[in-house]
Design a protein around this ligand. Structure first.
Ligand SMILES: [Zn+2]
Length: 368
């Protein structure tokens, strides 16, 4: 539900074909694509063009998530109704928050009649501006840190807004356990806000930056050992609605830089399934069906996708997964055009063997 396909304008990092192949190889049949592109996705024409371009490829479906504000500039709202008619139900200025609270409230009201959702990237820019988590490692490396409050302060603002208007707000890639505690507190229960976390915030902590340098640089940053543990415990308790990859491909030239200068983000479509199962099932013993729900039913409900399932006469999306195969992306290669990930050499366990979307799409590393 959170993929940067980099189309249009970022084709040196990913194309629609490489991104959607990476999705299928990772067992994902629908991708919600973020609009921080060049130009930003904010017109009905762009939305319908993306949907049809994806459908012509016959790989994963593309579900464009257009901007909340025109040009993602944070100044005036898009035409939600027209974008909805073109096929959009979720909207986001991801990469940035909608920092104007008046616009955020109006956006939620505007999408409410068609049961749309606003996906908010919570960050207070005035508190942010570093490269890694604020803490011991940032101090050791002598780089500026990003405190958890850069996220949690914005989470509180969003919750108060959601509490005071109709419409559905979704907070994405939460990295601080305090954010989730706030969302689930009695005070904000009636706001009906949903949340997702990424596999990398569950599996790695800030020390990964020492080993992987800029390949472990992402926004929000990998947090402390304690924050990671608490976040994981909250997912186990059922306090999170979805796990999302935040697939953020970057051409190597933008990642092979100093920690301060390198771009934020890592690719994630081809590792989301084995990593999520590793951290939630193998390491934490969470029931497998509950984990799969965070990757399938959870995101589908948030994005208003009719629930996929197995019913007589219906077409189904099916992923055949072998939990015992061990490999590394270094050995098998990737379908994504970019390789910016700290998991490139890691032993992964479990691999997507085949994908059907009403017909066979992928089997044993080959596209049908
Ligand atoms: Zn974001």
């Amino acid at each position: 539900m959170h993929v940067h396909l980099r189309v249009p304008g970022g084709e040196d990092s990913e194309t629609m074909e490489t991104g959607l192949k990476a999705a299928i190889a990772g067992g994902i049949t629908t991708v919600g694509t973020m609009p921080n592109t060049t130009p930003p996705i904010d017109t009905p024409q762009m939305v319908s063009d993306m949907i049809s371009a994806a459908s012509n490829l016959g790989l994963a479906r593309c579900m464009p998530v257009p901007c909340v504000t025109r040009g993602r500039a944070g100044e005036s709202l898009v035409d939600f109704q027209k974008l909805h008619e073109a096929g959009a139900t979720a909207f986001s200025d991801d990469g940035d928050p909608v920092h104007d609270s008046g616009l955020l409230l109006q956006a939620m009201e505007a999408v409410s009649p068609f049961n749309g959702v606003i996906i908010e990237h919570p960050e207070v820019m005035e508190l942010s501006g570093g490269s890694v988590n604020q803490g011991v490692i940032a101090g050791e490396l002598g780089v500026r840190g990003i405190p958890e409050c850069a996220e949690t302060v914005d989470v509180v603002r969003c919750l108060e807004i959601a509490n005071n208007c109709p419409g559905h707000l979704h907070l994405t890639h939460l990295s601080s356990p305090r954010s989730i505690e706030l969302v689930r507190s009695d005070c904000f229960r009636s706001a009906g806000v949903t949340v997702d976390v990424t596999p990398h915030h569950l599996i790695l902590d800030e020390t990964a930056v020492l080993e992987h340098e800029s390949m472990a640089k992402m926004n929000p940053p990998l947090r402390s050992f304690n924050s990671r543990s608490e976040l994981l415990a909250m997912v186990k308790k059922g306090m999170v609605d979805a796990v999302a990859s935040d697939h953020a491909p970057h051409a190597m030239i933008r990642k092979r830089q100093s920690l301060e200068d390198a771009a934020f983000g890592i690719v994630g479509l081809e590792t989301i399934l084995p990593l999520t199962i590793e951290v939630l099932y193998t390491e934490s013993g969470m029931p497998l069906l509950q984990i799969l729900s965070l990757l399938t039913k959870g995101p589908a409900q948030i994005l208003r996708i009719p629930e996929p399932g197995l019913a007589a006469g219906e077409k189904a999306d099916i992923v055949l997964y072998d939990p015992d195969i061990e490999y590394s992306l270094y050995e098998t290669g990737t379908f994504s055009k970019s390789r910016n990930t700290p998991f490139f050499h890691r032993r992964l366990k479990g691999k997507v063997e085949a994908v059907w979307m009403g017909r066979l799409v992928y089997r044993d590393g080959q596209f049908a």
